[in-house]
Write a protein that binds this ligand. Sequence first.
Ligand code: FPP
Length: 250
Amino acid sequence: MSSVKGKIDLQRLPVHVAIIMDGNGRWALKQGNQRVFGHQNGVESVRQTVEACGELGIPFLSLYAFSKENWCRPQQEINALMSLMVSTIDSELDSLAKNNVKLIVIGDIANLPTNVQNKLLNAITRTEKNTGLNLVIALSYSSKWEITQAALRLALDIKENKLPAGAITEETFSGYLTTKHIPDPELLIRTGGEFRLSNFLLWQLAYTELYFSDILWPDFRKENLYEAIIDFQKRERRFGKTGEQVKNCD
Ligand code: FPP
């Protein structure tokens, strides 16, 4: 066991870790390569992170793989990212299935190329009965899109008398989000040295602990995840209460 891993309190693991995988482009450019090279190398970091979460017994891992805003990138980079999605599913699906990982995809899936949609649907179906790590991939996802869609569907249900307007609570609203069966993240990690949320899970991150790392995503390894979890475990989560109240509630 690595010495860093040994410092993790396995009784107090975050139920859900979400990651904004940033820095692929800069990693590649620093080496005089095309941005796509960074995305390709980012797959190994995805593999390591999935494996580490599975080994530790973290129930949910969410990865921000492609935002709605990413559709504005050069077409060549978009094509490369979509091909990478397909080839990664092809190369990793057996291993995900064998390791009891359940694949979940959130985002505007209908916007993805048909071959990517088909690959994803096949992988989701093949892993749907798995009971280990829930691996949530956000693809063509943005939080403002998700919240707007939820509001739209809620408004339609009210119009069709399926729900009285007075019944809207935080819980009912959460039930209209793509993450309705997923607990809110307890820890958000962003790599790549930027300090922003980039339209990722804005509703769900209301009380999440944020961890920012300068490491560029293709350099992210299991040890870096362990360090983030150790940092998370040192924090006092107050959820708006005083420190004293939190202690007395335990
Ligand atoms: C952000 O780095 C990264 C992305 C937009 C894509 C992330 C995709 C992968 C790691 C590929 C595989 C993913 C899965 C789930 C199979 P950036 O390009 O914005 O980097 P920069 O900030 O340095 O420009």
